[in-house]
Design a protein around this ligand. Structure first.
Ligand code: E4P
Length: 214
């Protein structure tokens, strides 16, 4: 499974990229707003750090506006993926952008039916939101499982991005289900690096090393 980082913070992106664990980035309007910078400047800076798919989201609600924004954003860099919300207008925009060879990531997916429609329209990626489903007492990972099954049944080449990841177990569960990608906040990547027995082991090795004749 590939790992993307879910942030617009370039320091976090640099740190995760330096660890060699990520090969893509997803942003959304809320993540961009946190940075207090011009949208296109942030996205362009991200393209200089990570050489992989970088999702940038449109804010128009009509297909015409989405396509216009998508075409503009796609000119920033070859790796830009246009993030489109899962609506009827969004599907129309995905179809048009697909015909223009512009890749899309259909976001705010909360059902397998939505994922199937997005793949039919020509989406390169679909982003089911695991954590937000868990938040309303619905099993987000079950949705990943359903979409993986359906896409495997029909050899659908749209890649599934497990999004709205809240903790390390979400990542490993998505991987066990065969999900193609998880987009993970920096905090969760850091949580994944830790294990108390690793720390304890290092401490013991260094302590024992003191008795080695120098
Ligand atoms: C996905 O691409 C979204 O940016 C993101 O995963 C949303 O996560 P949240 O539910 O933590 O806001």
């Amino acid at each position: 499974m590939k790992l993307f980082i879910d942030t617009a913070n370039v320091d976090e992106i640099r740190k995760a990229n330096d660890m060699g664990v990520i090969c893509g980035v997803t942003t959304n309007p809320s993540l961009i707003a946190r940075e207090g910078k011009i949208f296109k400047d942030v996205v362009s800076e991200i393209t200089t750090i990570v050489d992989g798919p970088i999702s940038a989201e449109v804010i128009s609600l009509d297909s015409e506006g989405m396509v216009k924004e998508g075409v503009e954003l796609s000119k920033l860099h070859k790796n830009i993926i246009i993030k489109i919300p899962m609506t009827v207008e969004g599907l129309k925009a995905v179809k048009i952008l697909h015909n223009e060879n512009i890749k899309t990531n259909v976001t705010l997916i909360f059902s397998a039916g939505q994922a199937l429609l997005a793949s039919k329209a020509g989406a390169s990626y679909v982003s089911p939101f695991v954590g937000r489903l868990d938040d309303i007492s619905t099993d987000g990972m079950e949705l990943i499982s359903e979409i993986v099954d359906i896409f495997n049944n029909y050899n659908i080449d749209t890649e599934i991005i497990a999004a709205s990841i809240r903790h390390p177990m979400h990542v490993t569960q998505a991987a066990r289900l065969g999900c193609h990608i998880a987009t993970v906040p920096y905090k969760v990547i850091m949580q994944m690096t830790k294990h108390p027995l690793t720390d304890k082991g290092i401490e013991q090795f260094l302590k024992d090393w003191e008795s080695v004749p120098k």
